[in-house]
Design a protein around this ligand. Sequence first.
Ligand code: NAD
Length: 499
Amino acid sequence: MDTAKPDWQARAKVIAIDGRAVIGGKRIASVSGETFACVSPIDGRVLGAVARGAAADIDAAVQSSRKAFDDGRWAKRAPAQRKKVLLAWAEKILAAKEELALLETLDMGKPIRYSLSVDVPSTARCIAWYAEAVDKIYDEIAPTPQSALALITREAMGVIGAVVPWNYPMIMAAWKLGPALAAGNSVVLKPSEKSPLTALRLAELALEAGLPEGVFNVVPGYGHEAGEALALHPMVDAIGFTGSTRVGRKMLEYSGRSNLKRVYNELGGKSAFVVFPDFEDVVRAAKTAAGSMYFNQGESCNAPSRVFVHESIADEFVSVVAAEAPKYQPGDPLDAATEMGAIVDETQLRSVLGYIDAGASEGARIASGGKRSRVESGGYFVEPTVFDGVRNDMKIAREEIFGPVMSVIRFKTEEEAVALANDSLYGLQASVWSHNINRAHRVARALRAGTVHVNQYDEDDITVPFGGFKQSGNGRDKSLHAFDKYTELKTTWIRIDAA
Ligand code: NAD
């Protein structure tokens, strides 16, 4: 058995990058011939050239996916046959785990240990889970009078446009691809221009696993070019979008301006983490808040970025998070010991630093961090930052920062805590910390969020739905509920004549 640890730096120097689109089973350059530079946030170096897909490329991909859907090469296969191919794909993803993990880390800056232990296995598990589910789901027969039979069936919708962000590039794609492909649809995926590399490899692996050509196409490109063209395309039946609330709004507009395609938005968050004094272990609560906030460089839609702490325990809580934060000091993402990596690009780095300045100038106190770090690397790193004395009306408490910045807000009463936690445009996730069983249930019910945790923050599984209330989106990724997004419900009435 080879027990040698991979030398990630050495591999990174020689890794081959193919940035061409995958359309109709082939790697192809963009119609215009244009490319954009894929830059690594680890050191600012150009990893390679990526096809700059635009309307013509999207049209080719959608036509290819439409043809694949209409001729039934995938949609008309028995669910058990689709399962077989998707399981083979999941195996190939696992077999390529080191290559995929390295591409993900180089492309968007997360630590290699997490690309390897979280992103790749979660992606494979998601594909395998929907594969396993699809031949175990039954349709319905309605309780109608004897003179008729009413079948309620689910049918694949057609061509799904998937548009995804850069923070978990493979996992976000898999949350769309798993249910959409298992149900028999074809998919055109537009990855983020900041992290296109793994999506292209996933498509190649799918072909190797036996997914028919055209069923899954990938077109890299910018949002306002390729993304917009996909969302406006009249042959696309639904858009599965994950990204910012700003672009989610545009997705709804594109649908209105084109064919009223279904739009499922999984958008931003500003999640509340509410700690009551009757929670018996303030240290555990504070350590969990820090771990969840700084995971993935704070670039998680569900990061607990607004931490509400009762005034009687706030000083202790802040001193623990301020001591914990430096443990997540960013390091080289290619070092297997690194806990926190690079911010995805220079624009995002500037945005995060701008929020830190805004917090300080509005009067919040920096209890830890607050600066750029590892400047000499040429990459984009920010210290894990804790703000104390934040008010819920400050910019850092209202807007999604999408970086390693925690805001601690003090409260006096349960009523005030719930009102403050719910006073946000977003409603993706929340948590309540209390050992009073009545309070824990009462507050969990009162919090307006798609997922509420009690006395923990990190539980997660493909078996549970994920998505938001309010401007955090609509529809749900993950679990069997995700099939609702990519299937149409049909009622078929059959007359049964009397003998
Ligand atoms: P973004 O909205 O800028 O981009 C997301 C995708 O949309 C990218 O592929 C981008 O190219 C594309 N896009 C951008 N402009 C477009 C346009 N005009 N038309 C069509 N497509 C366009 O978001 P981001 O910066 O990549 O990702 C961060 C956001 O994603 C955060 O708000 C985060 O909370 C959210 N997010 C949500 C979830 C969830 O499940 N709710 C999960 C992960 C990330």
